[in-house]
Design a protein around this ligand. Structure first.
Ligand code: A3P
Length: 310
């Protein structure tokens, strides 16, 4: 008889497998660079069958995933902050496609252990999302962030996350972003892919900049999309609990639960700045011009309301 596989909590898994963490190489899958472990396990990831009640939160990396996750969890728990500290983000919201060396649990390992409705995170571009999510008409929340701030945030994340490829120089990094060579592929294709399908597939499409400008409105939009109704007081409480500073101080949301061997917050904190417009502190005028010209070409087929300042 097949023995049931022991599924560890992430933290425990990381501690046991610390020596196996390295800057994992990327392999292209259908033109999208992904971590080697993801590509090697692709058949089971793409065959994942969600339940119709499961919720998917999809983003390009560093667009505000963790923020949206915390809002969702608090809404579903009527603003009960203690209930939302039942575990770190990675255990509360399994990361669909993530795969590591054993015994670190994969996203699929954690999902198998949970009963629906589950809150699932993905960075997959829309064309790689397992078909079951569309077949079962699962709800999907997508968060998009303007390209330049997204790039800056991802750059610092590459520096601190020792499982991501080496970022190279800042200039090389910009080139790789523009060419879609970073993990999870082209930012341009990612944001456009979900945008074009948002109505047909009933995707709630949010912008990081709107959330920053009016966090209360974001909480209300998510609440309505999830067919929930919480009191004005609870909405206000959720806005406070999901402010950048509150989440930075929340050990169950700030990713300090990932051991230093992988996430080195002394290089750059996961909760780094949480601002709109930090790109102006990074791009030179020349880099900005090249980026903007290329942006116009890559985004010519859509009219998307991105904002790079508030
Ligand atoms: P910065 O690096 O610009 O600070 P993700 O969760 O998708 O990995 O995105 C992480 C980015 O979102 C980081 O951006 C992080 O600081 C920011 N972030 C996380 N929680 C936030 C919040 N409550 N308000 C604003 N920004 C937040």
């Amino acid at each position: 008889m097949e023995m049931e596989k022991e599924v560890l909590k992430y933290e425990e898994g990381f501690n046991r497998a610390a020596g196996a963490i390295s800057r994992f190489p990327l392999i292209e899958l259908k033109g999208v660079p992904l971590r080697n472990y993801i590509v090697q396990n692709w058949s089971s990831i793409s065959a994942f069958e969600p339940d119709p009640t499961d919720l998917l939160i999809a983003t390009y990396p560093k667009a505000g995933t963790t923020w949206a996750q915390e809002i969702v969890d608090l809404l579903l728990h009527n603003g009960d902050s203690e209930a939302c500290k039942r575990g770190p983000t990675v255990d509360r919201f399994p990361f669909l496609e993530i795969q590591y060396p054993p015994p670190i649990p994969s996203g699929l390992d954690l999902l198998k252990k949970m009963k629906p409705p589950r809150f699932i995170k993905t960075h997959l571009p829309i064309q790689l999302v397992p078909e079951g999510f569309w077949k079962h008409k699962c709800k999907v929340i997508y968060v998009a962030r303007n390209a330049k701030d997204n790039l800056v945030s991802y750059y610092h994340f590459h520096r601190m996350n020792k499982a991501q490829p080496d970022p190279g120089t800042w200039d090389e990094y910009i080139q790789n972003f523009m060419r879609g060579k970073l993990a999870w592929g082209s930012w341009y294709d990612h944001v456009k892919g979900y945008w074009k399908e948002r109505e047909k597939k009933n995707i709630l499409y949010l912008f990081y900049e709107d959330m920053k400008e009016n966090p209360r409105q974001a909480v209300e939009q998510i609440m309505r999309y999830l067919d929930l109704s919480v009191s004005e007081e609870v909405i206000e409480k959720i806005v406070q609990l999901t402010s950048f500073n509150s989440m930075k101080d929340n050990p169950m949301a700030n990713y300090t639960f990932i051991p230093k061997i992988m996430f080195d917050h002394s290089v750059s904190a996961f909760m780094r700045k949480g601002e709109v417009g930090d790109w102006t502190n990074h791009f030179t005028p020349a880099q900005s011009q090249v980026f903007d010209e290329d942006y116009v070409r890559q985004m010519a087929d859509v009219d998307m309301p991105f904002r790079t300042s508030l």
